[in-house]
Design a protein around this ligand. Structure first.
Ligand code: DC
Length: 226
């Protein structure tokens, strides 16, 4: 597998984009980048500094103070996000951050900064990146684009179980409401909304096992690498 490609995975919240992206990256020996973690880390910074995320100008003024880096975690065998030198990979998954992140992701100045970083990472090829605008804006020429979807019940159930397993005290209804709110905001914003076009393979995994999903995605990869 000498010729490396970029793989863009977009779709709704909690469709298992990250899981698939991670598995593909492992199999292909590529780098996996969770672009949502970058929006979450910016949101965490703003919350920690008491910046009103609805005040675009105030948010924009903070951007120069935010430095993000993905560092390989030896223990967890993956890249973890560091915000101004501090590992915040666990903290950014909390519901309090999730409840604000879509507002932050609407702001064009934030998107511009993060998209530039993402494009720099992808320039070397061999990257699997998941998010909402990866195949439309970040890597419009990515060799493989996958749009993932699943029913909202299935997605809420998955995210709820994930959070409970991580020891978080959350209610199923709160988790489901947060997913629906985020999907609405992410799909309706003016700048780079979640959308798909003909260049995507659509993967609805409501009724697929993780293995079936992986095999399907790998068959698309193989078609390109053969
Ligand atoms: O994938 P996630 O749930 O961690 O993403 C967090 C939020 O960031 C989500 O509400 C949408 C936004 N996001 C985005 O606008 N563009 C991306 N490329 C990735 C995430």
């Amino acid at each position: 597998m000498g010729n490396k490609i970029n793989i863009a995975i977009d779709g709704y919240s909690s469709c298992g984009k990250g899981t698939l992206a991670k598995e593909l990256a492992k199999k292909l020996n590529y780098v996996f980048i969770d672009s949502g973690a970058m929006y979450r880390a910016v949101t965490l910074f703003l919350m920690n500094h008491n910046i009103d995320v609805l005040n675009e100008e105030a948010v924009e003024n903070q951007l120069a103070l935010i430095s993000l880096e993905f560092k390989q975690s030896v223990i967890k065998d993956r890249y973890e996000i560091h915000l101004n030198g501090e590992n915040v990979d666990a903290e950014i998954r909390e519901l309090r951050v999730a409840s604000k992140v879509s507002e932050v992701a609407k702001i064009s100045a934030v998107r511009k900064k993060l998209v530039e970083m993402q494009q720099l990472i992808g320039a070397q090829k061999g990257v699997v990146m998941d998010g909402r605008d990866i195949g439309t804006v970040v890597f419009p020429t990515a060799e493989l684009k996958i749009f993932m979807t699943a029913s909202s019940e299935v997605r809420a159930e998955r995210r709820y179980k994930e959070m409970i397993a991580a020891g978080k005290e959350v209610s199923f209804d709160d988790v489901r409401q947060n997913l629906m709110d985020r999907d609405n905001l992410d799909s309706s914003r003016d700048d780079s909304p979640l959308t798909l076009n003909d260049s995507y393979h659509v993967l609805d995994n409501s009724n697929l096992t993780p293995q079936e999903q992986f095999d399907l995605a790998m068959s698309w990869v193989q078609e390109l690498l053969d």
